[in-house]
Each structure stands twice: as C-alpha cells, then as structure tokens.
Design a protein around this ligand. Structure first.
Ligand code: EPZ
Length: 417
C-alpha cells in the first residue's frame, strides 16, 4: 500500500487544472449499458473508481478503452446480468448498473453493496422505486436479483433525497414504457450531467436540476460524444488547500456555477475567491474565522466537502459547529486531525471545532475518500512531517493529487508503506 509523505508549512502558489468529475463520470459510464451504438467520453478522470467501472462494464459484456482522458464504450455480443461481489465490494456505485440492466436486459444481479466507512448506505430507495416500475427483487446469497417483463412508467416520490437512487431511476426510466415522474429527486450537478448525457443519446427528460424530473420512455438510445463536467469537490478541496497554506491558486476548468454553497461558506471564513477570465483565483484574505456548517443535499453545502472544511476550521480563529446530516458516520477524520493537534469534540452528528494556531505533522491513517483529502490538506498546513497511510482511498477520487500539489510548490511524495 502507498502513503504520502508531506513536509508542511509551504504556501501553495500557481495553477491547478480541475479534472473531470468522478461522481458524474460513474453514472454516465454505467448509462452506456443502455446504448445500441458506441459512445465516446472526454474529460474522464484517471481514477481507481473509473478503472473499476470500466472493468465491471467489461464483465457485463461491453467493450471499453480508456486513454488520456478519453473513454469509449461499445455494446458487445451479449449482455451479462451479473455484477460480481468481489468488484462491487470495492465500489458501492456499482449498484448504478442495476437500473440500466433491468431496462436493457430485463434482469440484473448485483452484489448487495456492503456498508462503508461513512455509513450503512442501504439501497432500499432504489429498489422500492424500481419495483413501482415493474421490477421484482429477491435477496439471493448476498445478491440483489432483479427481474422484469418490461419496465413501465410510474410516479415515484423518494422518501429522502438520494443521488444514486435518482440516477438509477433516470437510467431505468429512459427506456421504460410511458412516462415516469421522480419527485423529491436529487438536484446535484452530477445528476444534471447524467440527464444531459441521456438526452444527448436520445432520451426525453425534463426538470433535471429541480425536485421533479419527468422522463418519457423511448424505445432505443444511441451513442454520442460527451464531455464529463468538472469535479466541484476536487475544486473545493484545492480552494481549502490554498487557504490552509496561506498561498494563492488559480484553478482552470473550475465548475463555478455548481459551487455557490462552497464559495459562500469559504468566503464567510475569510477566503478571497474571484471568478476571472483566466480561471478562478483563491487566497486567504487575512485571518480565517470558524463558521457553522450544515451539510445538505444540493444546493446546500455538500457532505463531500465536510471533512475538508473541518480541516480548514482547525487552523482558523474562534469556534464553529459542523453538522453532518447526510451520513451517520462521516467523522472518521476527526481522530486523525486531533492527533495533529486539532481541537474537535464530536457528539452524534455534530462536531465542535475550536481553531488552534497551527497543526503539527504526524503519521495518520486515511479511512475514506474525503477523510484522506482532509488529512492531506492538514498535512500541507502543519508544522513538520505528516505521513498519510492507506492512500488507496485518495486514489479513488483524486487524479494525481500529489503531482498537482508538487506543481504548485508542495513538498509531497508518494512512497511504499
Ligand atoms: C452519492 O452517493 C455520492 N457518490 C457520494 O459521494 C455523496 O456523498 C452522496 O451522493 C451524497 O451527495 C457518487 O455519486 C458515486 P445518496 P449515494 O443515495 O448516491 C441514504 C464521495 O465522496 N440512502 O444520496 O450513495 C444514504 O445512506 C462519495 O465522492 C438510503 O437510506 O448517496 C445516505 O445516508 C461519498 N437508502 C443518504 O441517503 C437508499 O436507497 C444519501 O445517500 C439510498 C440512500
């Protein structure tokens, strides 16, 4: 396993290019299962989860290639209905093949994705909604076995906002018989990107980006050339890194329109964020102050930025409360930040952060994707050396993070654990 060794205390200065969005690319790649003809994707980030998804598409019978940010996916001879456990256990998003398989093949067998570090992460909302469209499910030795004689449109009201559930249903409804209405649908920009992709393939979708999405099923979908949106969470992570180190960065390809809540909260803490013709510039505008943050579904403050903003608050003045409303166990980074000298108390879904003048480097352990990102940015700001272990978590969602950071002055390197 790899680790990152970071010598902290150096201000980051320079330009960073924001990569394509992991959370847009994954559902959009799974949507290729629906297509009759080949599709070409650009701005695809080179991430572990992307390679896992392409491998799963191969197992399902599709042909794939991926090089320099370009991926192509073509239908194979036959479509295999089963997503195997040993692959699904490494990436929960594999459940996003279920809707397309049912729509295309009339059956799908997906290993029930286990929980992960941040929570149980059930898929009950996906299954209940698909049942309303005519699918039937059995739980068969750890696999969700779904069958349908043909999906039909339905009116679905999600009990709670679910990004993956909305995405699975968008894909299933695209080829279903008749109209499907999704109410209390997720409004995340990545859901909108998926809808735009499906429309480019011939789907009839309206209302994406609002809580009510309507899909008129069509009989077939064709390939197209599609560019994945940029990653708003990667971009937010670099904004935090610039502020924590007292440097100044310019981000290229930043999806500014999808980042209002993040910009607003970081500006409230004292960051100066300017949208300029040559990119997005960010620097600390003097002393940073702690604020209160509550994670919410889009357009609220994203849960995927919670760990990173906590790291920033650790070295800001005053105190603030972070309330995590989306996942039940998304404070795994707290104990590691405390080992670096942070002052944080957790009570249920609330973390109370009291800023300290500086953190000190220490060996720390990554536990999940965004927790590892928060430990890296904390290490960049800390005095001394920080070793972040088990960074395979980081490699799932950040493209060449240490290379990008080295290019703007960070003293960071990858080593074998
Ligand atoms: C997506 O996960 C993202 N992953 C997550 O990003 C992100 O944190 C999350 O949305 C929330 O924005 C991808 O897009 C690949 P949900 P997803 O369904 O779809 C509960 C990252 O770091 N729920 O919106 O799994 C669930 O347990 C990852 O990039 C049910 O109870 O999230 C959670 O508490 C982490 N039953 C809440 O809803 C269900 O059937 C939100 O989950 C589905 C979800």
């Amino acid at each position: 396993m790899d680790k990152l060794i970071i010598e902290g205390g150096l201000p980051l200065r320079g330009r960073v290019r924001v990569s394509g969005s992991k959370n847009a690319a994954l559902p959009i790649l799974f949507a290729s299962i629906l297509l009759d003809t080949p599709v070409t994707y650009s701005n695809v980030p080179n991430l572990r989860d992307i390679h896992t998804t392409l491998k799963l598409l191969n197992i399902l019978g599709l042909e794939t290639s991926f090089e320099n940010g370009q991926a192509t996916v073509s239908p194979g001879q036959t479509l295999n209905p089963e997503a195997p456990y040993d692959l699904v256990k490494t990436m929960r998003a594999s459940v996003l093949c279920l809707g397309p398989l049912l729509a295309r093949l009339g059956e799908g067998r997906v290993a029930l994705p286990g929980g992960c570090a941040i929570g149980a992460r059930p898929v009950n909302l996906h299954l209940t909604a698909l049942e309303k469209m005519g699918a039937r499910f059995d739980l068969d030795s750890g696999y969700i076995a779904g069958k349908t004689s043909g999906l039909h449109g339905a009116k679905i009201v999600f009990d709670q906002v679910t990004v993956g559930g909305t995405e699975n249903l968008l894909m299933a409804a695209a080829l279903a018989e008749g109209e499907t209405i999704l109410e209390n649908a997720a409004r995340e920009p990545e859901v909108v990107d998926l809808a735009n992709f499906l429309i480019a393939c011939g789907a009839k979708i309206t209302g994406h980006g609002t809580p009510v999405i309507k899909i008129e099923g069509v009989t077939s979908l064709h390939g197209c050339d599609y560019s994945i949106m940029s990653d708003r969470i990667e971009a937010g992570t670099y904004l935090v890194a610039a502020a924590m180190t007292g440097g100044e960065l310019i981000l290229d390809n930043c999806p500014c329109d999808a980042m209002d809540a993040v910009f607003s909260k970081l500006r409230e803490m004292g960051l100066v964020i300017d949208e300029r013709a040559d990119g997005l510039s960010v620097r600390r505008g003097g002393e940073l102050t702690c604020v209160d943050v509550t994670t919410m579904p889009y357009p609220g403050f994203p849960t995927d930025m919670q760990a990173q903003v906590m790291a920033l608050m650790c070295v800001s003045s005053g105190a603030g409360t972070i309330r995590e409303t989306i996942f039940e166990n998304r404070f795994m980074h707290v104990s590691e930040l405390v080992r670096m000298g942070a002052k944080i108390q957790v009570s249920s879904r609330n973390a109370f952060v009291h800023g300290v003048p500086r953190l000190t480097g220490a060996p720390v352990m990554a536990s999940d994707l965004r927790a590892s990102a928060s430990l890296v940015v904390a290490g960049l700001a800390a005095h001394g050396t920080t070793e972040v272990q088990r960074i395979y978590h980081l490699d799932r969602g950040y493209e060449a993070m240490e290379v990008k950071l080295q290019s703007v002055g960070a003293r960071i390197k990858r080593a074998k654990e």
